[in-house]
Structure formats: C-alpha cells, structure tokens
Design a protein around this ligand. Sequence first.
Ligand code: C2E
Ligand code: CA
Ligand code: CA
Ligand code: CA
Length: 277
Amino acid sequence: AKAAGRGTYRFFDEGLNRKSGYELELLRDMRHAIRVGEFFLHFQPRVEAYGYTLSALEALVRWQHPRFGLIYPNDFISIAEKNELIIPLGQLVIELACDQIVDWRRRGIPAVPIAVNISAKQLKSGEFVGKFISTLVARDVPPQLIEIELTESCFVEDIDDISGKLKEIAALGIRISIDDYGTGFANIGHLKEFAVHSIKIDRSFVREINNTTNDAIIVDSIITLAHKLGLFVVAEGVETKDQLTHLKSVGCDQFQGYYFHRAVPAKDIESVLKNGK
Ligand code: C2E
Ligand code: CA
Ligand code: CA
Ligand code: CA
C-alpha cells in the first residue's frame, strides 16, 4: 500500500510539474506571440429570441502556438491576468475586432456589433478608456458596432473609478453587458447604478435549467428582475431545444450557444452576416 501510495504521489507530482511547465512556457512565449500575430479571433453569433435573427457576434480569442497548436483562452487568459500581459493582449483583441469590422464594411458585408471580453485588470488600468476610444477613432469604427462584456469581478472594488469609466464608455454609444451573470456576487439592483445595458446568464444555469428546479427558479427570477430594471437578458451556452423552449417561456431576449452556432473563424461567419441569420 505504501509503494502504491508513493507511486500515486509521484505520478500526481509529475502531472503538476508538467502543467506548470506548460504554463511557464505559455507565459514566456506570450509577449512575443502578441507581437508576431499568433493571436486571432473566432466569432460566435448571438441571436434574437424572435426569428433567431443575428444580433451580434462575440469575439473569442485563440492562440495559434508554433509548437502547441491551437490553444483556447481557458489555457492562457488566467496566466495573462496574473501578469500585466492581459493589458496588451486585451488591447490586441480590441484592435482585431475593429479591423474585422473595417474589413467587412470595406467589402460591403453587413456588419453587426462585435462584443469583446474585457478583464477586470484591463478595465482598471489607467489608460483603458483613452486607448479604447482612440483605437475606434483611428479606424473610424462606429461605437455602436463594438460592445464590451465584463464579469461581475469588475464590480467589487474601485466602484467609483469603474462607474466613471463605464459612464464614459456608454456615453459614446458602446453597450456594456455583465458576463457569466450569477457566478459572482454582484447585486443586480446595484448593477443598475452602472451604465450597464444587459446581462448574460451563465452557462452553468442554462445547463441545468431542465434538470433542477432551483436553477429554473434562479433563471426565472433573474430575468424578471433584470426586465424590471430595464436590462436585456442574454442566455449563453444554449445547447438543446428544451433549454431554448424554457428560456423563451420566461422571456429571455437573446440566445447564444451551440444549438445555434459555434465560435468559428471570420470567413465562416460571412454567410451568416449576408443572410442575417
Ligand atoms: P465566455 O465569455 O463565457 O465565452 C463563452 C465560452 O463558452 C466560449 O469559450 C464559447 O466558445 C463557449 N460556448 C459558447 N456556446 C457554448 C455552448 O453552447 N456550450 C458550451 N459548452 N460552450 C459554449 P472559449 O472561446 O473557450 O472562451 C472561454 C472564456 O475565455 C470566455 O468565456 C471568456 O471568459 C474568456 N475569453 C475569451 N476571449 C477573451 C478575450 O479576448 N479577453 C478576455 N479577457 N477573456 C476572453
Ligand atoms: Ca463573454
Ligand atoms: Ca459568458
Ligand atoms: Ca461563461
């Protein structure tokens, strides 16, 4: 038993080392990768409850690593957030989204708003608002075509600073939504004091909506309260017809998820943009 125990421990230990070795390599490669263009975007459509017409695209960052291949953000965003690298990476994502809008407009492809995920650390950096605005202005991108998604963690500290920044952003016509709603500790009534336009109900609630009464009740009351406060509600991670039926019955405004579309490269979205659905 002793030997087995030790063996198990050693195996576990090696696994840990491998993981931190991978993270260390990603961290070491990241700055260079930002500079040479290894990061790019996939886009996932968000659709209206009525008619399932296209309402926006969410920009989701990917890393084409020269040795590890295609890497998804769950592997590198938290590493970037632990360091200051999320700031240049986040700025790059904004630039890539703007460049994509410019490209579509130039080619006569009807553009819809692109929603970009912004990390708390990025939003809190002193230069964020100024840099964001000058990026749009430099490319002549109408602010109505860019949205931002913020997690609840943006709303727990430095409230006055955040509130001021969001007002400035919203005043330009940029819509702000609260991402992964329900997983953090932000109070929905409190959120209304910020210049927030919509909430996105986290996938974890949507996943259980037909299975557990509690999640159905939570989703139902989030939607009711959000509507009373004048907020739009998006459900993320919609995968099944049953989830969709439930979400429609409780008045959810928009949907995003594999049931409709996966996140795909820009060129694969163009037919959706041309058809509007
Ligand atoms: P998120 O903002 O909640 O984005 C939704 C994630 O769920 C995406 O994963 C998307 O591909 C996935 N997804 C969409 N529909 C479904 C579905 O029906 N079922 C399931 N199982 N998954 C679905 P992805 O692209 O791997 O992104 C993961 C997270 O990484 C994002 O979660 C977001 O928090 C973060 N992220 C992505 N891009 C950026 C970025 O540019 N900046 C920052 N700060 N974070 C980003
Ligand atoms: Ca998001
Ligand atoms: Ca989300
Ligand atoms: Ca989520």
